[in-house]
Design a protein around this ligand. Structure first.
Ligand code: BTN
Length: 243
């Protein structure tokens, strides 16, 4: 797939802008909106996404996957793995904190916001928002545990180089999501943050200790609780507590 990058110095949110463009115009698959600054960057749920002017990658990419809704999690998988491989290219070993945060050791380096449009049982449009901390070194206090590529590598990195590697990876891995034996699911599980390590979780009604066993193709997280009971959770039903 070919990417066409539209750079905007400042916008409220690249996801919102790309969705708006799609409503008003015929936009090609592979269109990338890259912002120097977002005045209202959106995170998962009600959270926001902070990024100082010109310091990081804040972008949204348009896909028209035409896959069944049941396979929606493969979108999170291919985007997460594209970021993981991009970090690896620069010598950084990342992990995927379920469902799609990218961590380096115990700190968050990237976040993903996937917004799908569905017609019938097909995902006809995906706006994939990616926030990757590249050269930011001073994060606001309210962000729990942030890190950037520059903080890890102790040098600044050219944002365009990161962008090239990332879009190449996205292009390459996107091809796999439609294949029946999609190899990305196994790779996603291999890169899972704190897999097979006991840690704390918070669900709606309890805090508990458990061990992540795997993530199912549906995107459900499978945890073995301390009493050996095995439970599956969908996105939003449980949170890992990072201590
Ligand atoms: C999260 O971890 O909560 C998801 C963060 C996603 C942030 C990116 S930055 C580019 C794109 N535009 C937005 O408004 N959000 C996503």
């Amino acid at each position: 797939m070919n990417y066409q990058v539209i750079y905007l110095e400042s916008i409220d949110s690249t996801n919102s802008y790309l969705k708006l463009l799609c409503r008003e115009d015929i936009i090609e698959e592979g269109t990338v909106i890259l912002a120097g600054y977002q005045s209202n960057g959106k995170g998962q749920g009600t959270s926001t996404w902070h990024s100082s002017q010109g310091m990081n990658i804040t972008m949204s990419v348009l896909f028209r996957p035409m896959i069944r809704v049941l396979g929606h999690f493969s979108l999170s998988e291919f985007i997460s793995l594209s970021i993981i491989d991009c970090l690896k290219h620069f010598g950084i070993n990342g992990a995927i904190k379920w469902p799609n945060d990218i961590y380096v050791e115990n700190k968050k380096i990237a976040g993903i916001l996937v917004e799908n449009s569905i017609v019938g049982d097909k995902i006809v449009q995906t706006v994939a928002g990616i926030g990757l901390n590249v050269n930011e070194r001073n994060f606001p206090e309210y962000i729990p545990n942030p890190v950037s590529m520059a903080m890890i590598l102790q040098r600044n990195i050219e944002i365009n180089k990161v962008l090239d590697v990332l879009t190449d990876n996205l292009s390459c891995k996107y091809e796999f999501i439609k294949q029946p034996g999609n190899i990305l699911h196994g790779q996603y599980n291999e890169k899972l943050f704190r897999r097979e390590i006991q840690c704390s979780f918070q669900s709606e009604n309890e805090k508990f200790q458990g061990t992540i066993l795997k993530v199912k193709k549906s995107g459900a997280l499978v945890i073995r609780k301390q009493d050996s009971e095995v439970c599956s959770y969908m996105h939003g039903e449980v949170k890992m507590v990072i201590d």
